[in-house]
Design a protein around this ligand. Structure first.
Ligand SMILES: CC(C)(COP(=O)(O)OP(=O)(O)OC[C@H]1O[C@@H](n2cnc3c(N)ncnc32)[C@H](O)[C@@H]1OP(=O)(O)O)[C@@H](O)C(=O)NCCC(=O)NCCS
Length: 258
């Protein structure tokens, strides 16, 4: 993002954080019960969490990202929960800039890792996470949030992949510094590929029963591979035509160095 009129900073005031609550409603169409309320956003800043916003010259919050402090396997980490950019400001690099600012601030505070969950059927997000940011995924959470009130999620169970962003790893540094890598150039012979129809977002709306069957099949394949020690490291958008694919390789520490 190279727009000098937009700046990214920590959001701490009730006025700014109230805009984040409204943006949740506008972005996901959630009912009140699903919104992260102002009081929790205010608290986050006081307990080691992080809320970053992109603001324009009129102090309008045009995007935000939030994270909770977490603890897993003896290590503290950040769990990133929501990332949203106002519809009329999308595709200008603001989402990516928020993610990169989150990484920088996390490193500054001494965190090694940020995690978040994402819907594996949201293929632009999958591509951004795996190829643009260099996350790996080793966990699948079935129906993570129960039935969603968001129109974006259709009527399917809210299954999610867990993204692990190993902030200072070679894998992440090379992607955030030099841009997206091409998945097909780095597939080792031990890799596995799990396909999805490229129009899965439309299928979810048009034919929920078919989408549910695709989700069950995807879950079976991916959880089977995770159980065998594989991790997702790549995402390819149009190969073969009409399909997208997740690439998985056996997890070894070298994965983070590649
Ligand atoms: C996801 C979201 C935050 C991206 O914000 P954005 O400002 O448009 O993102 P950017 O312009 O920085 O693009 C970031 C990456 O997203 C991907 N992307 C996002 N939307 C895309 C689209 N419609 N088509 C293709 N790629 C897209 C691109 O891969 C891009 O990476 P690149 O620059 O390396 O190509 C925004 O679309 C949004 O608010 N979506 C609704 C909420 C959501 O799904 N949040 C994420 C899960 S919590």
């Amino acid at each position: 993002m190279r727009d000098p009129k937009i700046r990214i900073e920590e959001l701490t005031s009730p006025q700014d954080l109230r805009q984040c609550v409204e943006m949740q409603r506008a972005t996901w169409g959630w009912k009140d019960e699903d919104l992260l309320p102002l009081r929790t956003l205010l608290l986050l800043n006081k307990i080691g969490g992080l809320v970053l916003g992109a603001l324009d010259r009129n102090e309008l919050v045009i995007g935000f990202i939030n994270a909770f402090p977490g603890f897993r396997e003896g290590e503290v980490y950040l769990h990133s929960q929501m990332l949203a950019v106002r519809q009329d400001f999308r595709r200008r690099g603001i989402g990516k800039a928020l993610k990169l600012a989150q990484r920088e601030e996390a490193i500054r505070r001494g965190f090694q890792r940020i995690e978040w969950t994402f819907d594996p059927f949201e293929i632009h997000n999958a591509h951004f996470n795996l190829e643009g940011l260099g996350v790996i995924c080793r966990r699948y959470v079935a129906d993570a949030y129960g039935p969603s009130t968001s129109s974006l999620h259709g009527r399917l169970p809210t299954d999610r992949l867990v993204a692990e962003w190993h902030l200072a790893s070679q894998r992440v540094c090379s992607r955030v510094e030099s841009g997206v890598h091409r998945a097909e150039n780095r597939l080792p012979p031990t890799s596995s590929v799990v396909h999805l129809p490229a129009d899965i977002a439309d299928i979810r709306v048009r034919d929920p029963d078919r989408a549910a069957a695709i989700q069950r099949d995807f879950k079976r394949q991916v959880t089977d591979l995770f159980g065998k020690g594989y991790c997702a490291t790549g995402f390819e958008s149009a190969s073969p035509p009409g399909e997208v694919s997740y690439h998985l390789v056996p997890f070894q520490t070298q994965v983070l160095a590649s």
